[in-house]
Design a protein around this ligand. Structure first.
Ligand code: GLY
Length: 360
């Protein structure tokens, strides 16, 4: 009987295998012939989440001109933050339960080993640019809420309404569908039919992450998000937390994440993936090993009928030598890569198989 890599990983044997130090079969033995890590011949390379094609193209062009890798990835992410069609980040992002968009972002610069971040930032469309300024123009790493907004305005950022009409309609629909015993009545059926591509997506943890490896093997990364849709105001996820939603070690590699932020906060995920790579794992092995750890530690409330996590989580990693890879809790998951040939999407291996209706 032949078994696909995805099926293998989801079997008990596969799950045991991607655990650290588990069983007689080592991770290296399993994945050597089947692993899908790519490249490995140095930079320049840009990797990003599945929604990162504009970011990859922009950042790659800037890397080619010798621009600092952090400036390159932030400029790339700015494009997606400014896109009203992307409801997971920046302008047009889905709001909190009060209908207010609150944005989180962090950056990390490998050569300087410095980081900056903002959380629960309102009324500013490019939180990644503000995070970069926190890194470069303060002695701090993380500014939140009102303080982050004041800091952004000090640097000339203009306040604007971040809730687009489309995002407001999704939020209103969510609000009206919460309960039969409150005073909010659901809109008529044709309004629901008009949801189009958002059909069935009640919550999202959508995010963008983007990392660069230069020709001279320097690394930088950025993660940006509007966070969990319809969250409790003030909720902060993994995206502005160094080590959770992003980590860069210029001696080893970089890792970014999208999906359920709480899982990354509880597992210091991106930091651990870089540490796994330091220990010799390839990017894909490291991402799968961390997903296995997250899955093992998931509380019963967040498991499906088969005991698997009922949420989405994805990791994207690049090593200093240019090897890149990633993994997803559930398929189909994709990463975007630009390594000088084309900007292309690569399907990620998944720990738990294909489950299209997963939140994340
Ligand atoms: N990963 C984005 C969030 O959970 O906020």
């Amino acid at each position: 009987m032949t078994i696909s890599r995805r099926e293998f990983v989801c079997t008990a044997a596969g799950l045991a295998t991607v655990g650290l130090g588990g069983g007689a079969t080592s991770l290296g033995q399993v994945t050597r012939e089947k692993q899908t890590d790519k490249h490995g011949s140095g930079g320049p390379i840009i990797i990003s989440s599945g929604n990162g094609e504009p970011a990859c193209n922009q950042a790659f062009e800037m890397l080619k001109k010798g621009i600092d890798p952090l400036d390159a990835v932030v400029a790339g992410i700015n494009l997606v933050e400014n896109d009203p069609e992307d409801h997971s980040v920046g302008y047009g992002g889905l709001p909190n339960e009060d209908g207010v968009v609150e944005l989180d972002s962090c950056v990390m610069h490998g050569p300087a080993h410095k980081a900056g971040a903002v959380a629960a930032l309102r009324n500013i469309s490019n939180p990644s640019s503000v995070a970069k300024l926190v890194m470069r123009r303060t002695d701090h790493v993380l500014l939140v809420g009102e303080g982050a907004l004041r800091f952004a305005k000090t640097h000339g950022f203009k306040e604007q309404e971040m809730l687009t009409d489309e995002a407001r309609r999704y939020w209103l629909e969510w609000k009206e569908s919460r309960s039969d015993i409150d005073d909010w009545l659901q809109a008529k059926a044709d309004f629901h039919a008009a949801r189009g591509k958002m059909e069935g997506l009640e919550f999202t943890y959508g995010t963008i992450t983007c990392m660069a490896l230069t020709k001279t093997s320097d690394l930088a990364g950025c993660t940006s998000t509007s966070g969990l849709s319809y969250k409790i105001p003030g909720r902060v996820g993994d995206s502005p937390i160094i080590g959770a939603g992003l980590y860069v070690d210029n001696d080893i590699g970089a890792c970014g994440s999208t999906g359920r932020g709480e899982a990354n906060l509880q597992n210091c995920s991106c930091f651990m993936i870089v540490e796994f790579m330091r220990g010799g794992m390839t990017p894909e092995q490291a991402c799968l090993a961390l997903l296995k750890r997250v899955a093992d530690k998931t509380e019963p409330r967040l498991r499906d009928e088969n005991g698997k996590p009922n949420y989405g989580l994805m990791f994207y990693a690049v090593r200093k030598d240019g090897l890149f890879g990633g993994a997803s809790m559930w398929g189909p998951g994709k990463m975007t890569v630009h390594d000088g040939q084309t900007c292309r999407k690569i399907e990620l291996p998944s720990l738990c198989g294909v489950r299209p209706k997963v939140v994340g």
